[in-house]
Design a protein around this ligand. Sequence first.
Ligand SMILES: O=C(O)CCC(=O)C(=O)O
Ligand SMILES: [Fe+2]
Length: 470
Amino acid sequence: MDGSVRIQELIGDPRGYDARILGRAKVKCRSDIALQDWNVRGYLGDQTCLDEPEEHGGIARVHTDNLSVEEFFQKFEVPGVPLCIDGIVQQWPAWKNWSLKSLHRRYRHVKFRVGDDDDGYAVRIKMKYFLRYMMSQTDDSPLYIFDSRFPKIDGSHVLLGDYEVPKYFREDLFHLLGEHRRPPYRWFLVGPKRSGSGVHIDPLGTSAWNALISGRKRWILFPPNIPKKIVKAKSLKRIGEDDEPVDYFTNILPRLKQSMGDALDYIEFVQYPGETVFIPGGWWHAVLNLDDTIAVTQNFVSSNNFRNCWYQTRKGRRGMARKWYRELKSSHPHLATVADEVNRMHGYNMERERERHHEDYRRQVFARRVKVGVEKYRRKLNGVDLDKSSSSSGDGTDSDWTSLSENFDGLDSDEENQVGMTIRQLLVHPPQQQLDQYTPSQNGTAGYHARDESCRTEHLPTAPRVSELG
Ligand SMILES: O=C(O)CCC(=O)C(=O)O
Ligand SMILES: [Fe+2]
């Protein structure tokens, strides 16, 4: 790896970097922290936060040369035992290509995600700014590149070509959903020291592997049976302390260990460059980057963790689960049978739920159509005739209705009649409070957030019944 002196020479004087760009990114990612407060807790001067912990819980460590796929499956995947595997990463082009120097050379003009803003949009900055920041930052809990995009350079996904999924983790059942439909599943990570990941379980019951190219990561793992309340240890947080990984490892975790003593079941260890950690589905984990680190991580569903992944996906991502089920039925019928079994156990009937969901959706479409109609009417009343082709008079006549009803395709005839009746009633008797009830959101899109599909339904109003409006 490059010494920091050499890389600083290469990328320029860190004092000269564009503080405005970093400042803007920081404000977006953590609007709750004033810019001057990013290092106010003084972790920079407290080197103990980067000390290696005493190992606890006996993480299994093995070299890949001594571990067959079958052995991994029997000894680790099936019983859900975490593991640290050496010798995989060293065979990848990434081992050479992911030095700070070559990241700068290849990606300096490419933007990477360093967090999300308050609306959930990714905040991205160019690699050159991030590397300068990483070299010189003094923050308690610095920005962390955590990007699932693996951007193309000159038309090709160079980063993806630099590693391959280790032989132990090749089964990937979300693959059946297709690249665009499946949930995000792989991330490129560049973490300055003191950055990290707060305690969590990976989404949808997935298992994960995390391969480290450079630097050291401190890990703590808790078995799935430990309650969230214990691992998060919110009650042990003191006033003024933050919730960041550096606070967790430095302040909260020692208190948790002390208060629970031997009753606390956990595995703690340091991952060194070249090692790949396997985190079985359902295990709590948190990470602190003890050095500036570069890593790649992927989540996966295999036949082994399918049962729980199915349950979580069906619960959290209903539409996706249906498509997944269809794909499983044709390519992995035995797993579709497992899904049926899980559903039966919970008394969950996919067909009935589908219809219920469909009905909810139609009610939402209905509400939106009424809203659009009312808004059009309001504009007509105000003399703003947006529809130049319309011959409507804006006085509540049938011709108004005809022009308004043009928007209602997609509903069946009963629903169209219902929408029609509702709007007719509003046209003839436009009670002010009903019009007010339909005041559109500021962007005029009924709360629909262009980026987040789930918002499409969540923020829509429930469909009113005609009787509620008449
Ligand atoms: O910061 C890390 O390396 C841990 C990442 C992780 O746990 C995750 O992506 O789910
Ligand atoms: Fe994780």
